[in-house]
Design a protein around this ligand. Sequence first.
Ligand SMILES: Cc1cc2nc3c(=O)[nH]c(=O)nc-3n(C[C@H](O)[C@H](O)[C@H](O)COP(=O)(O)OP(=O)(O)OC[C@H]3O[C@@H](n4cnc5c(N)ncnc54)[C@H](O)[C@@H]3O)c2cc1C
Length: 490
Amino acid sequence: MSKKIIVIGSGFAGLATATCLADRGYDVTILEKNSIPGGRARQFEAAGFTFDMGPSWYWMPEVFDEYFELFGKKTADYYELKRLDPSYSIYFGKGDIMKVPANIEDLYALFESYEAGSSENLKKFLKEAQYKYEVGMNEFVFKPGHSILEFADVRVLKSLFRLQLFQPMSTHVRKLFKNEKLIKLLEFPVLFLGATPQNTPALYSLMNYADLSLGTWYPMGGMFKIIEAMVALAKEKGVKIILNQEVKSINVPNGHATSVLTATQEYPADIVVGAADYHHVDQMLLEPAKQNYNEKYWDKRTMAPSSLLFYLGVNKKVEGIKHHNLFFDESFEQHANEIYENPQWPSKPLFYVCCPSKTDASVAPEGHENLFLLIPLAPDLKDDEATREKYYNIIMDRLEDLTGQNIRKHVIYKRSFAHNDFKKDYHAYKGNAYGLANTLFQTAFLKPKLKNKKVKNLYYAGQLTTPGPGVPPSLISGQVVATEIDKQYQ
Ligand SMILES: Cc1cc2nc3c(=O)[nH]c(=O)nc-3n(C[C@H](O)[C@H](O)[C@H](O)COP(=O)(O)OP(=O)(O)OC[C@H]3O[C@@H](n4cnc5c(N)ncnc54)[C@H](O)[C@@H]3O)c2cc1C
């Protein structure tokens, strides 16, 4: 009889855990509280538009390729990828737009146009970033993070200096570049890791290699195509996915999880994987004596930001924007301060606009545009309709002014999403959008552990444990947990 595994949650981490284990002969069931799989990467259709609800940047394509290759498949078996060019645009002010080209020679020329001599520094910077990326991917991210000893390998120790773990990203960038706009371009990717460039180790300039060298891609049909592909593969491997089944508790009679309970059913289990938000699984599904951490521990963590999102259907083509657009026309430092140091609704928010209908005609009716607006916010803020509307107007005023057109009166569909929705839909701690920040003290073995210390057969996967937030890390997290379980139970 193969061992029964219950996976709680069907995001990237849950689907990857389940598929890897089913492939190794385990009997795997995923229980998902929502009516569709995918977690943060769900999709919905309204008024003829198809909206991806969360991730929109497809970075590190080889992480996806390698995942499907584990099962003898290719990403191309499931979806068509397009490389975007420009990768994205940055608005620094009216008429002051930086378009970041996909081609590396064009990128060097762009750097030179902002700062004479900077292309040579960019080459050096990217070479270091490539080294960090390769060491990171080959030596770090697939480690379970049980202990510091995993990193005590001579090769890894030798590389520690070059990895710049103890130098802040902001210092690293400023040593090589003086132009403020180039600095913003190079510092922006670490925002994906949930912390400021001052609090993020320069190790993570590996994100610049992912951005500027490996490129920004888009799966035609939307990011949900990845979820559809993972679900198809999971089912092919025999994983049962049961939707609308919220786990209410994990039954742990004698230091072993024996079943999980939903409102209507008890599901027996030999092994349980909590691939929902770690805090929720640990604090809400277990009795206190079985929890890996306490509330005080969680309260001290630096969470990645939350977000205010707007999904908009527009009945005309919007001029002057590309697929990905960053609006950095206000102070980066002030907004970061209002996320991390003095958490509050931002005075002058930076924001991001994704317009996938620029690349993909299937996500909006002809002649229409599909817009996704995002303002990063501190977690745990008071969230109500009036505040959301206030910020809608603030960013719409700026978007209209910077692009020189009326957009608001062409909006024929509008839905917002913020803290309250993150809590309701995903049980997100403090309404976080994407987990736990990758600060120095929340990296590798310093992250919440993927194994429960008191319940021998309970594991955790997803963006709050190793290796961290983002789609590729969540996908890797599932693989790492599956390997750990298989090592123990094979
Ligand atoms: C707005 C936004 C934009 C983002 N942009 C990007 C991007 O561009 N690129 C990128 O790489 N990353 C991005 N991210 C981050 C990325 O989406 C996440 O890191 C990743 O999707 C997390 O996957 P996960 O499997 O860990 O968690 P989740 O996707 O949250 O999956 C957890 C699942 O558990 C379920 N669940 C919770 N509680 C229970 C319960 N009690 N019982 C059963 N099921 C339960 C939830 O419903 C959910 O389906 C973004 C995230 C957000 C929110």
